[in-house]
Design a protein around this ligand. Structure first.
Ligand SMILES: Cc1cc2nc3c(=O)[nH]c(=O)nc-3n(C[C@H](O)[C@H](O)[C@H](O)COP(=O)(O)OP(=O)(O)OC[C@H]3O[C@@H](n4cnc5c(N)ncnc54)[C@H](O)[C@@H]3O)c2cc1C
Length: 499
């Protein structure tokens, strides 16, 4: 059932992502036996499904498992721009790595957009793929030099970039640049069309969670609740790996949360916009039976600013100031790497990871599918070392890692100490049972949950708008009854049930 409520203007707001509207598909059955395959892909977001698509015509026996339903992770709540103009990424890479690596990153992003375009054309996929212009802009004079530097790097790499002061959107801008060869699409129509093309060739199991992986000789034994999958190669396409060691994700990435609204508008425009720096504001349009503006704001490290009510209220009032009614409202988290580049490649013999896309996962998941297909087939690509998840990039990492760790630790401690959140509704109360904190939320019934994330013990935050319990440290989410709906946690937080 959709969760509805009225905003101040009296419009009905649906509290879910616009991409989930009208989407119907037949869910694949869970795994019901032990199996042996060549490649196991864990995770059915754009990363896992793209990898499976790339491998579908190989001679390998491939299987994809998804803990929930395919596509309902971060991919279902994105803004789905296919863009290589990504804030000021090229100057960041040049500064922290080299000009050559910035050039290679650009090549990878452009190649990924072309891959998606070619797949859409070849497979005749109806996913609203549309060529658009994309802008990076700022309302701060001191940021102009950063955008100019971005333009200079892109121009020196042969990209046609134009400068402007005005932007085609009613937000203040003192300087902007734009390119004309980027795109947008509907992420779930794309992912689900790929799944339809895969079904005959690879086995897909939904509601099937991998909770343990063990290496045995030259194979991995991957355990679900009742069965096991023996695989030579394993692809971790699960966004945030569910195991802590040996690849310790908390020192590689942190989650960033953003708030998004979709509003019905008169005019559909073929452009996208994003600010060069924080606070991020991002815009795109979507044309269905009606025209929609999709507007993102208030991005912040999840640990930094946990007042979800304030953050939702703030994006709603921004939309109101722009005279936009709100049809859809949601939030989402992606993983930001401390050293600015995605993590794609081998983390252990025949064990591959693809994540840490820094909110540019449509293109980076696609380039990941190309890199990992080649790695599994024993071939190198020119992008392997740029995205190597075992890289040691001292300079880039140490600076941002230290800064973010301090922020994270501060947020973590604050959440622990400031137990009372004045913005929590009075339908939410807490009590201690056998020394453990229990939250009780009452609507038509009582929902009782533990308030600690089973992953690493962070204090969970109640997200009253989406009716979820959100982990500010690593972005696991739980529903009102404590069922884990998003990892890395493998466990529920339901009170009374076994944990
Ligand atoms: C607000 C926001 C806006 C964004 N906008 C853009 C944009 O405009 N353009 C762009 O390029 N990128 C954008 N991104 C980034 C992009 O959406 C993500 O990087 C991308 O969707 C990640 O895809 P994924 O497949 O790696 O993860 P997911 O979509 O989360 O898929 C991972 C899947 O793995 C499953 N899983 C997890 N653990 C297990 C397990 N143990 N066993 C089985 N299955 C498991 C999960 O259930 C999930 O379905 C945005 C991100 C955010 C947060």
């Amino acid at each position: 059932m959709l969760k509805l409520y009225h905003n101040k203007k009296g419009d009905i707001v649906i509290k879910k992502s616009i991409w989930l509207e009208g989407i119907k598909r037949n869910i694949e059955k869970p795994l019901e036996e032990d199996i042996e395959v060549d490649v196991l892909i864990i995770g059915g977001g754009i990363t896992g499904v793209s990898c499976a698509y790339q491998l579908k015509d190989s001679d390998l026996k491939v299987c994809l498992v998804e803990r929930n339903e395919i596509g309902l992770g971060v991919t279902s709540k994105t803004t789905a721009k296919l863009n290589y103009l990504q804030e000021t990424i090229y100057s960041t890479i040049e500064e922290n790595y080299s000009y050559e690596e910035a050039a290679l990153y650009l090549k990878a992003q452009r190649y990924a957009i072309k891959m998606i375009k070619d797949i859409v054309q070849k497979e005749k996929i109806d996913c609203n793929f549309e060529k658009v212009s994309s802008y990076v802009f700022t309302d701060k004079k001191q940021e102009i030099k950063n955008i100019r530097k971005e333009m200079s790097i892109l121009s020196s790499l042969g990209q046609k970039v134009e400068e402007n002061k005005e932007i085609p959107f009613p937000l203040k801008s003192v300087y902007s640049i734009h390119v004309n060869d980027t795109a947008t699409f509907h992420p779930l129509k794309y992912v689900y069309s790929l799944v339809d093309l895969l079904k005959e060739k690879i086995s897909i199991y939904e509601n099937t969670e991998i909770y343990k992986i063990k290496k045995e000789k030259s194979f991995y034994i991957c355990h679900t609740k009742n069965h096991q999958i023996k695989a030579k190669y394993v692809v971790l396409a699960c966004h945030y790996p569910f195991f802590l060691f040996p690849y310790f994700m908390p020192i590689k990435t942190y989650p960033e949360k953003s708030y998004i609204v979709a509003s019905k508008i008169e005019e559909y425009k073929k452009n996208t916009l994003i600010t060069s720096g924080m606070p991020t504001k991002s815009v795109r349009y979507y044309k269905d039976k009606e025209n929609y503006l999709i507007y993102l704001s208030n991005s912040h490290p999840s640990c930094d600013d946990v007042d979800t009510i304030h953050n939702f209220a703030s994006i709603m009032s921004e939309a109101k100031e722009m005279n936009c009614s709100i049809s859809y409202l949601w939030s989402n988290e992606d993983l930001i790497t401390f050293d600015h580049l995605p993590l794609i490649g081998t983390i252990k013999e025949n064990l591959f990871l693809a994540t840490g896309y820094n909110t540019w996962g449509m293109t980076n998941a696609t380039i990941a599918s190309y890199i990992l297909k080649n790695a599994i087939l024993g071939q190198n690509t020119e992008y392997d070392s740029l995205f190597n998840p075992l890289r040691k990039n001292g300079k880039a990492k140490t600076k941002s890692y230290t800064k973010n760790m301090i922020k994270n630790a501060k947020g973590y401690i604050e959440n622990k100490v400031k137990v009372d959140k004045p913005w929590y509704p009075n339908t939410l109360t807490f009590k201690k049972v056998h020394g453990k904190k229990i939250a009780i939320y009452e609507d038509e019934k009582k929902h009782m949950v533990y308030t600690k994330c089973p992953h690493m013990g962070c204090e969970l935050i109640f997200n009253e708008i989406e009716k979820t319990w959100d982990c500010p440290c690593h972005a696991s989410r739980f529903d009102l009854d404590g069922n884990c709906i998003k990892g890395p946690s493998l466990y529920n937080i339901s009170y009374k049930k076994e944990r």
